[in-house]
Design a binder for this molecule. Structure first.
Ligand code: BG6
Length: 609
């Protein structure tokens, strides 16, 4: 997913745009560019590679201007190259544009424009928009944009400027996010809050079907038909420091260490330990409606999907309610049956993942209710849900999700207790027991983090391994999936997460000295079963690394490496067992010299299908 930014204000525009691109880089980082108007002409600079490469190029031969737009890319149409990098221009190089999204009918439009004599300089879908604006331009950039976007099919967040109608930036949204930050004599337009926060907390979030025009001292919103749109200003609670590394080598390591804080913040204000009660007033659904719910349908992508899988065990065990979990990219095309006794629950760190948003739309299309667990207030998932349980993990910048995952588990545990509480399917003493244990989880996470050094040393022994198997059962089966995903995401090592009981039906064929097995085997109802699976691996000369509960010493004779995490309620072990797996992947990636925060080919939130 790309990141786009625009700046018009009193500061040095190139500095704000470069700083903004650095903060948006986690959205896509294969090429980048900037365009500035200097009162006479539009200056453009684009590079293949990272923002650092763009910065180096600008240091060598600087450009600056009064205001401008910029882009960091995650390629969809056209391989990463200088020509395919944004901003894109029209034939006369009088209009420049940056785009996040996919234009599905770009080939037809390109053909039409070619017939009209337009010349194209790139393979991208986005360049078509610049030529469409040129086609409809009669001196007013806003109305040309309005006409151009009427021709587009697909999803887009766009920013454009023109030297023929200068001192303004226009933008439009249909799908991927676009936010206007209003500061003191300055305006910042961006794909997300991280690039706006250093300048202002006062923002306007564009909805789908809205256009913005920013001029030197003012701004306005219209809809795609040109009608004025009145919008509420939103003040963001996040602190600008939250998007800094705070002395850590990587955002991912910082965010792994922020998990105790994120867990505490997600719990605070939502429980009364004394009264044994959970409060989730942010769910805008009546108690009567929730009482009738007999099934929860969870949809999500990536790490959020794995959180959903743990949530299923929480809902079945705590609220005694059936639960189904599906990949949003699959769910959105299923002919699923929906009834009024089912509640949809989407999980998304960013709240902008296209497949998850589409899944939510499909539920609502069938008259269903869907709430969301999300980490970004004001995001599309939050605004399009029937209530949002916000995880208060703070901004998550590392592409591989960590603190958002454990905070999602906390939100899911609270939601399960809340639903059980409302439906009367959970005994009061159990609520007390669960809440007392959840309250201790943040501190136990701090203890689990103390394995850091040990895990760093263990990782050195496995750098040459190119395949890993992660095994877990019951609530830790999703943790096996998550551990494997982390190793794939940032260390680029092939890894499979598997239900331990399933190993003998196939993956056991992979077992040898070169394919280590990471077994998640805390003291719980299935420990003995996982121990037998470990013996099956050892019987075939396999190497086993185990994550288990503090004090479970007898396991040491059966495995090659063991990492201990604090004891907790058997249902809540995932909060802790995942932490060593996050650290293991981190150190494997670090020692392989990979870019831990911006792993190749990935992006923080995928806002196109
Ligand atoms: C991927 C991210 O693009 O999207 C993952 O790299 C993330 O870290 C997944 O888990 C889903 O994102 P979200 O924001 O919907 O939770």
């Amino acid at each position: 997913m790309c990141g786009i930014i625009g700046y018009l204000g009193k500061r040095k525009a190139i500095d704000v745009l470069l700083d903004g691109l650095k903060r948006l880089e986690y959205r896509g980082y294969d090429s980048a560019g900037v365009a500035l108007y200097n009162g006479e002409s539009i200056l453009l600079r684009r590079v293949k590679g990272k923002i650092k490469d763009l910065e180096d190029s600008l240091n060598k031969s600087p450009i600056d201007g009064l205001y401008g737009i910029a882009h960091t890319r995650w390629a969809t149409h056209g391989r990463p190259s200088e020509e395919n990098a944004h901003p894109h221009r029209d034939c006369k190089e009088e209009i420049v544009l940056v785009h996040n999204g996919i234009i599905e009918n770009y080939l037809q439009l390109k053909e039409e424009l070619l017939k009209e004599g337009h010349k194209f300089a790139s393979e991208t879908d986005s360049e078509v928009i610049a030529h469409l604006i040129e086609k409809y331009f009669e001196g007013n950039l806003l109305s040309a944009l309005k006409k151009a976007i009427k021709r587009l099919e697909g999803v887009f967040a766009i920013l454009a400027l023109s030297k023929k109608d200068p001192f303004k930036i226009v933008g439009a949204r249909s799908g991927p996010p676009l936010i206007l930050g209003v500061g003191n004599e300055e305006f910042i337009l961006s794909s997300d809050l991280t690039a706006i926060l250093p300048y202002t907390k006062d923002v306007y979030v564009l909805e789908d079907g809205e256009i913005v025009e920013v001029i030197s001292d003012n701004f306005k919103f219209i809809d795609f038909s040109g009608n004025p749109v009145k919008k509420e200003m939103k003040r963001i609670s996040w602190d600008p420091l939250m998007v800094e590394k705070a002395g850590y080598k990587h955002f991912m390591l910082k965010e792994i260490y922020e998990q105790p804080m994120a867990l505490r913040e997600t719990l605070i204000g939502r429980v009364s330990i004394e009264r044994g009660e959970v409060f989730l007033g942010e769910i805008n659904l009546s108690v009567d409606f929730l009482k009738k719910i007999e099934k929860v349908m969870i949809i999500a992508c990536g790490t959020s999907l794995h959180a959903g899988l743990v949530g299923k065990y929480f809902l079945e065990n705590i609220a005694k309610i059936s639960c189904e979990v599906d990949y949003a990219s699959e769910f959105r095309y299923r002919d699923f049956i929906w009834d009024e006794k089912t509640l949809g629950l989407s999980i998304s760190q960013s709240g902008e993942t296209a497949d998850t948003l589409a899944g939510m739309k499909e539920i609502r299309k069938r008259g269903g209710k869907v709430i969301t667990i999300c980490n970004v207030d004001g995001s599309t998932a939050v605004r399009e849900s029937d209530g949002a349980i916000l995880t208060h993990a703070g901004p998550e910048v590392g592409v591989a999700s960590t603190k958002a995952f454990t905070s999602q588990l906390m939100a899911l545990a609270l939601f399960a207790i809340y639903l059980g509480q409302i439906k009367g399917t959970i005994y009061r003493e159990n609520i007390f027991e669960f809440l007392q244990e959840l309250q201790k989880i943040p501190q136990k996470a701090e203890i689990a983090l103390k394995n850091d050094k040990k895990i760093e040393n263990i990782s050195s022994k496995f750098l040459s391994c190119s395949d890993f198997l992660y095994l877990g059962r019951w609530v830790n089966y999703p943790i096996a999936l998550e551990g494997a995903l982390k190793l794939k995401e940032i260390a680029y090592v092939h890894a499979e997460g598997y239900p331990a009981g399933e190993m003998k039906h196939g993956p056991i064929a992979l077992i040898d000295e070169k394919t280590p097995v990471f077994a998640i085997v805390p003291k719980d109802r299935v420990e003995q079963k996982v121990l037998s699976n470990i013996s099956e691996v050892k019987a075939r000369n396999g190497i086993v690394l185990a994550v288990t509960t503090e004090g479970n010493r007898e396991i040491e004779e059966n495995v090659d490496e063991v990492i201990y995490v604090p004891k907790t309620h058997e249902l809540f072990t995932p909060f802790l067992t995942v932490i060593p797996l996050q650290l293991f992947a981190y150190y494997m990636a670090l020692k392989k010299g990979h870019d831990v925060d911006q792993p190749r080919n990935l992006a923080k939130s995928v806002t196109v299908e």
